[in-house]
Design a binder for this molecule. Sequence first.
Ligand SMILES: [Mn+2]
Length: 433
Amino acid sequence: MQIITTHKNTDFDALASVIAGTMLYPGSVGVVPKSVNTNVAKFLSTHKTAFNIVLPKEIDHAKVRRLIVVDTDQWRRLEHMERLRKRTDLEIILWDHHQNGGDIDADWRCQENVGATVTLLIREMKRREMELNPLFSTVLLIGLYEDTGHLSYPSTKPEDAAAAAYLLENGADLNVASVFLNPPYEEGQRDILFMMMQETEKVVHNNCTIGINILKLKQKVPMLASIVSTYRKIISADAVFIIFVNDEKSCTVIGRSGVNRIDIGGILKRFGGGGHPAAGSATVKTTDYSPRKLKAKIIEALKENRVGGATIADLMSFPVTIVPADTPMSTIRDLMQEKKIRGILVGDEYNLEGIIVLWDLKKLKWEKHWSRPVKAYMARKISTIPPDLQPSQAAQLMVKENIGHLPVVYEGKVIGIVTRTDILTYFYGLLPE
Ligand SMILES: [Mn+2]
């Protein structure tokens, strides 16, 4: 068994490097410490099942033959790895951008002075001509951007920028990335925030408050999109559109929405841009619309904006596997393997009693436990959703309750189930496997 792990208080560079490692070392398992940074925890609460990662205490240390350490070269920064330190038959591989002269004595190492550790792993992926999907590209980009301050820190090297280019070529999504990155605010950015606050025009439509501004910038300002997100939260608007006048020739509209009733990407698509329901942008030529005209057109588009797009009914899985409460755990295990599912409902379609997920099977330590009924292990508290909700609402519920499966209930009957994977598939436009 080979594992890839990283430092405690895991930041995005560390997480991204672990994930990149699972791709570079086929068959390996990523081990992410329990203590992770707040924004990483937030990311994992919706994304963890998309990656092959586990917690340190889930590892059988005796079976580990190869240890791959990323983003640190010190034993004391690893979590639950003391037992491996004494081993003499262990192969250790190290990827790091710190130059601390740590105490991990690696058999092979790639340790270079670049802005982020993940840059080194991306360079290797590029060399092997590996193809990345948008989800993987995005998480690697978040790691790269966080450690390099969006390629602006003096520690940034050309290699880092080349790695970013590779990720963007592979579909990394900057709208998603900006949600998880906490940008350091600089003076120019604060000024813009202040200007926005002074000039807000609020429009109320369909019970939603929408802020719209036109702003002329004297100079280029990095991270406009995240300033707009912050601004929306500060003025507690349901959505905002900021029209930035670039020069006489063009403006850039950045939109952010905190409610599902306003589809930013859908609205900005009309102006040649795009994005997600929650975030989008468009660059518009002034020969097409003057900034004022553009503002009027956005308001018009808002009024026509229907709650379109996909609903839970479109992305849920069905039929659902439901078993009686006395079903033995061995049957549960077989069903999950056979149907390649991670969650099974317990009860019947009119009366849900519980849910059992793949994770729960880890509680069974002895062979004889497998004959016990599922009701002994299932979770009894279940959240359900109606089929007409939007994917973003289901995602919010999953984050809030930290659950990965939501049974879909219509008129008292279970008609489907939606999982984290379904939500991710929808947001990233990935094809279901
Ligand atoms: Mn780092």
